[in-house]
Design a protein around this ligand. Structure first.
Ligand code: PLP
Length: 425
């Protein structure tokens, strides 16, 4: 980890050219790498030597971008994935398998909820979902002897609950397991969960990190702080891996054990790598991330304050608002701002919400969230449309909820667009 500030890391970390080499991170668009002898390549296959042999496992462009994100989060190692979904899946599957159990916040992105409650359940991994506001006692009551991890989002999509990271970390550690957090919405610019005890961070880099809606991607970052040898819960890391001639990851790779295993086993076998070109685009996004995130937050604060006073708006959720339930927690964990995402309701429920959205001119209706262009989504008619109104309430995503992702345009233009759309309702 470098000692630079986050804005310097965003520009400089991960790639330092040597004399005469390209100043900008090159795209190594090659699946494969040439060696002078079979012996040397054999050493790579045995994890006895460091080097590239096949891009499904590692690629220099991808590795440079992963190293930059690891530095920005304050971690020891990272691995890029081809999507945020792959990052969520790998982060858990790297340490849990059939017969295991995970405690997860229920306030998480709907796609992650499906991954856990449907697909990973079919794979034999059980999840207990609990509200992030649960007490320590309630959290501890979720643990079972076969629990392998605790998972939560630092700022939940779309309901914007702020996670009490220290509370979750304390309980995870008391249960002898790591806390894995999805830090997609605040990004390391606004929140660095390792400083509060989280062990693994994941991101959908598709969102602010890329920032321009060009490339789906994900990343897993390891703090290097969790001691996998403290109990016998993580044999995949602490006992010999037969598929690598009996290597014990914790013995051979120390703080790099978790990410090395994820790369050597999961990428090898499941192969969700991003293309080097997408990693290059992600890197361009990262270079301006601190600038963009500050502008997103400045604009979102103005929009949230405007919405809060509007007579046609029934409620607003934005941690930057003093009235917000999570304002104090946000001040602690993300004092410079949360994100550009606001949730709110328009009086008149589902019908009013869709009328409002269809009337917007500048803000576009898209599934996506968190890029430089202002965009908007009505989960009840799109991502959550299979749920009844009652199920929507239970999921914390009411039928009137509008997810408004404030971009980096001029805030006056965004507010003017909202004003004219609300006047149509
Ligand atoms: N995590 C969060 C918080 C998200 O919002 C999303 C997608 O919206 C994901 C994970 C999944 O990421 P991806 O769409 O890159 O697979």
């Amino acid at each position: 980890m470098s000692d630079y500030k986050i804005a310097t890391k965003a520009v400089q970390s991960g790639y330092t050219p040597k004399n005469g080499e390209p100043r900008v991170l090159p795209i190594v668009q090659s699946t494969t790498y040439k060696y002078d002898s079979s012996f040397e390549m054999g050493q790579l296959f045995d994890l006895e030597a460091e080097g590239y042999f096949y891009t499904r496992l590692q690629n220099p462009t991808n590795d440079a971008v992963a190293a930059k994100i690891a530095d920005m989060e304050g971690g020891v190692a990272a691995m890029l994935t081809s999507s945020g979904q792959a990052a969520s899946f790998y982060s858990i599957f790297n340490i849990a398998g059939a017969g295991d159990h995970v405690v997860s916040s229920c306030s998480i992105y709907g796609g992650t909820f499906n991954l856990f409650s449907v697909t990973m359940k079919k794979m034999g991994i059980d999840f207990t979902f609990i509200h992030p506001d649960a007490s320590e006692e309630e959290l501890m009551a979720c643990f079972r002897p076969n629990t392998k991890a605790v998972f939560a989002e630092t700022l939940a999509n779309p309901v914007l609950d702020v996670l009490d990271i220290e509370k979750f970390a304390k309980c995870a550690h008391a249960g002898g397991v790591p806390l894995i957090v999805d830090n997609t919405f605040p990004t390391p610019v606004n929140c660095r969960p390792f400083a509060f005890g989280a062990d693994i961070v994941i991101h959908s880099t598709t969102k602010y990190m890329d920032g321009h809606a060009t490339s789906v991607g994900g990343v897993i970052v390891d703090s290097g702080n969790f001691d996998w040898t403290q109990n016998d819960k993580f044999p995949g890391l602490t006992t010999p891996d037969d598929s690598y001639h009996g290597i014990v990851y914790t013995e051979k790779f120390g703080k790099g054990a978790y990410i090395t295993k994820a790369t050597a086993q999961l990428m090898r076998d499941l192969g969700s790598i991003p293309s080097p070109h997408n990693a290059f685009l992600l890197n361009l996004g990262l270079e301006t991330l601190p600038l963009r995130v500050a502008k997103h937050c400045e604009n979102a604060q103005k929009v949230a304050e405007y919405l809060e006073t509007h007579e046609k708006v029934s409620w607003v959720r934005y941690p930057g608002l003093k009235s917000d339930k999570y304002h104090d927690l946000a001040q602690k964990y993300m004092p410079n701002g949360s994100s550009g995402v606001i949730s709110f309701g328009v009086k008149g429920g589902r019908e009013a919400a869709t009328k409002f959205m269809d009337s917007l001119k500048l803000a576009a209706i898209v599934t996506h969230v968190a890029d430089c262009r202002t965009c908007v989504l009505h989960p009840a008619s799109t991502t959550h449309r299979q749920l009844t109104d009652q199920q929507l309430e239970e999921a914390g995503v009411g039928a009137d909820l509008i997810r408004f992702s404030v971009g980096i345009e001029d805030s006056e233009d965004i507010i003017a667009d909202i004003a004219q759309a609300l006047s149509q309702v």
